[in-house]
Design a protein around this ligand. Structure first.
Ligand code: SF4
Length: 298
């Protein structure tokens, strides 16, 4: 599929975020060529009246001046050095980063300002930036999350048409953790009836432990308008036997009730304890060690 890259400068680098686990975010790119069927960003695109269907991920905005803007914003006397989440609204290590190196530049700017940061990605390209990441982690808290919802080959291929193989992501986790960086695995979204069997969940937690992940958390699929239409169409095509269940589960709601998500969280929590997933870094760059870290984030 042809992808258009639009080099459009931004007016600011940092975005104030409300109602999330972080207060500030930063996205060097808008749109994501990975085009996961469940991508929650489709809902933002829907709200902004932009394409959220098959065309999503075919036109990527590149904020070519974001590093320069970020440096200016970090230097403001009013900036309180709060943690910045990179990649909350697109993958910061999607292929464009190989050419533009904007995520790398932003990490460098945050490191120079000794500013804490977090990154969420499915892109093993992150290991290219081990030098700036270790620099950042030696100056302020750095927390990386690799999204690895499943190791089931069929489910991965059908739901994440353009991401790197999950095993490649696990190799990246290992490389980063071995370098002393805190890296957790986010098993999200887990898809009811498709990637939530005890064996499927155990396989990911075991692999996360083997890779040295410092924590693991999980969350179930949610379907806001925009994501919903596209995802249900993909279920009808790829897992037709599951369609009635999804129509029923998500009828009139985007999120499953907590009581339906709790068993999943309990299972992953128990698996993490069983397999001993915890911060085992031999030389943590941030000088701390933590016991088992289980985050129930989005
Ligand atoms: S990698 Fe993340 S941002 Fe990109 S399409 Fe998949 S879920 Fe969306």
């Amino acid at each position: 599929m042809a992808v258009e890259y639009r080099e459009e400068p931004c007016r600011s680098a940092l975005n104030r975020v409300k109602g999330m686990a972080f207060g500030w975010s930063l996205n060097p790119y808008m749109g994501c060529v990975h085009r996961c069927t469940f991508c929650y960003v489709r809902a933002f695109e829907h709200r902004a009246d932009r394409p959220f269907d098959e065309r999503y991920g075919t036109s990527i905005r590149v904020k070519v001046n974001i590093v320069e803007m970020l440096r200016k914003e970090l230097a403001r006397p009013s900036w309180k050095c709060e943690s910045v989440a990179i990649g909350a609204a697109t993958d910061p290590y999607q292929p464009a980063e190989g050419r533009y190196r904007l995520t790398r530049g932003c990490i460098g700017a945050l490191a120079a300002a000794s500013n804490p940061l977090s990154i969420i990605t499915r892109g093993p390209m992150i290991v290219r930036d081990l030098d700036v990441l270790t620099e950042a982690a030696s100056r302020a808290k750095v927390a990386i999350t690799f999204s690895i919802p499943t190791l089931d080959e069929e489910v991965w291929k059908k739901t994440e048409p353009s991401t790197a193989h999950p095993r490649q992501r696990l190799r990246a986790v290992k490389e980063l953790v071995d370098a002393g960086i805190r890296v957790g695995v986010g098993m999200a979204p887990v898809l009811p009836g498709i990637s939530d069997s005890p064996d499927q969940l155990a396989e990911v937690v075991r692999a996360a432990r083997e890779a040295g992940a410092t924590g693991v958390w999980t969350n179930m699929l949610f379907l806001k308008p925009g994501t919903r239409e596209h995802f249900l169409a993909s279920i009808a095509r790829d897992f037709p036997e599951q369609l009635p269940r999804y129509l029923e589960l998500y009828e009139g709601r985007a999120y499953l009730p907590v009581e339906e998500i709790k068993p999943l969280r309990k299972q992953v929590s128990a698996l993490a304890r069983k397999h001993g997933v915890k911060d085992r870094r031999e030389r943590p760059l941030d000088g701390t060690r933590h016991d088992e870290q289980l985050e129930l984030a989005v």
